[in-house]
Design a protein around this ligand. Structure first.
Ligand SMILES: *Cc1c(COP(=O)(O)O)cnc(C)c1O
Length: 426
């Protein structure tokens, strides 16, 4: 039913569908466990023969309702919540990769994901090749190997604000028989729906705009249900051959288009347990109820601020895809015609110390390790979030050492500009 509704209605009404006499508002099922009257009933749940809840590590009604809302917003067939965005990207990959597998990944991605893929996954025996997403299809095709199992990119990169050519990536992934995974954290489904452009799996750090108020960590994975795992069965034995940990059940046979999410919840979440708490899911849902109102305001404010910064004599350079003449303006107009998000990347004339002094002079715009919430905030990735990366890795990730990441909030834009102005004047 939800799919026929428009985004704004899904934000408010999607997910929780109460029956007669049930709470109108999504309840917080703050319970680790669920009661059954016979041992037989519970056994059927354990065998995945019946649907229901038995232990909140695997599934919880509050979390499931919010996952369903996010899946509907993205236009997918199924979704799941996780404890963080990091967990979402980890699960999205290891649900189809194992030691010996290989992933082709855009190099312009969030620093945490860069470390996860480049260092930690390597210890698991999963190799990741980072590619320049703006390279031609021919150049990008060279990164694929027989053991490649997925392609990965961010629709809008954190913090560089590069726009991914999703159709190009989807074509490449599909011509090599693997799915495209897109992290859609910054654009949110309000501004971009990667599945429409060919992405197979969409991930989120719900910690950012979806929560929107900087109150709860969370992640989400949505499956389009479109990738034909059976057609590439040799590549994805975890989905297409019997699972010894479920009495030899085969996910694609038993669950069809729901195979990927069912495996990720029933198997990975059972074994690894990066579950989101029902309380966090409840808070996330409150954020989602206004996502369609907040995103346009973030974009309007950021557009005004970007235009103002661009004309400021102290600003050396600025990247915001909403600006005409920005390298990614055309791609943004194609994939995110309603706006990108509130994040602006820019550099100041002068030294690194000048940039730090500017940030320290800001008044209500605060220095925080966060981005994409209601309050305007600022961060210097090279000294904060991306500290672990070498200068070369920084450049590869599209992060200039002098890059200041300004996350424009939903305050009155005149006050945001005033604060920036006084800090720039020094
Ligand atoms: C923040 C972020 C993550 C990691 O999410 P957490 O919720 O902090 O674990 C992943 N991808 C992108 C694009 C992000 O901005």
């Amino acid at each position: 039913m939800e799919k026929q509704l428009n985004q704004g209605t899904i934000c408010v009404q999607g997910g929780w569908q109460p029956g007669n006499g049930e709470p109108r508002v999504l309840p917080i099922y703050q319970s680790t466990t669920f009661k059954y009257s016979s041992s037989e009933e519970m056994a059927r749940l354990f065998d995945l023969e019946a649907q229901g809840y038995f232990y909140s590590r695997l599934q919880n009604p509050t979390c499931e309702a919010v996952a369903a809302k996010i899946a509907a917003l993205e236009g997918g067939v199924a979704g799941m919540l996780l404890s963080s965005g990091q967990a979402a990207n980890l699960y999205a990959v290891i649900n189809i990769c194992e030691a010996g597998s290989h992933v082709v990944c855009s190099s312009t991605i969030y620093g945490g994901t860069f470390n996860l893929f480049g260092v930690t996954l390597r210890k698991f025996g999963i190799e990741v090749t980072f590619v320049n997403p703006d390279d031609s299809e021919e150049e990008l095709a060279r990164a694929f190997r027989p053991e490649t199992r997925a392609m990965f990119g961010e629709a809008l990169s954190n913090p560089g604000m590069h726009v991914l050519d999703i159709e190009k990536f989807a074509r490449l992934a599909h011509s090599h028989g693997v799915p495209l995974i897109v992290d859609n954290t910054f654009a949110t489904p309000i501004n971009c729906q990667p599945i429409k452009w060919g992405a197979d799996i969409v991930t989120h750090s719900t910690t950012k705009y979806m929560d929107g108020h900087a109150v709860s960590l969370g992640g989400a994975i949505v499956d389009s249900g479109n990738f034909d795992w059976e057609a590439h069965a040799d590549k994805f034995p975890g989905l297409t051959t019997p699972d010894a940990s479920y009495h030899g059940l085969t996910y694609t046979k038993q669950f069809g288009r729901m195979a990927y999410i069912t495996k990720a919840t029933a198997q990975l979440m059972r074994d690894l347990g990066s579950s989101q708490s029902p309380m966090n899911a409840f808070l996330l849902n409150l954020g989602l109820e206004t996502l369609h109102l907040r995103m346009p305001r973030h974009c309007q404010n950021a557009q005004r601020v970007a235009e103002w910064l661009k004309d400021n004599g102290r600003v050396a350079w600025i990247d915001y895809p909403g600006l005409e003449g920005d390298k990614y303006h055309d791609l943004a107009m194609k994939y995110m015609p309603g706006g990108t998000c509130g994040v602006i990347a820019f550099g100041l004339k002068g030294s690194r110390e000048d940039a730090i002094a500017f940030m320290d002079r800001l008044k209500f715009i605060s220095i925080v390790t966060h981005v994409a919430d209601a309050r305007t905030c600022v961060l210097h990735p090279a000294s904060h979030t991306h500290r672990q990366l070498s200068d070369e890795q920084l450049r590869e990730a599209g992060v200039a050492p002098d890059l200041i990441r300004l996350s424009v909030g939903i305050e009155d834009v005149r006050d945001i500009i005033d604060d920036l102005d006084q800090a720039l004047r020094g």
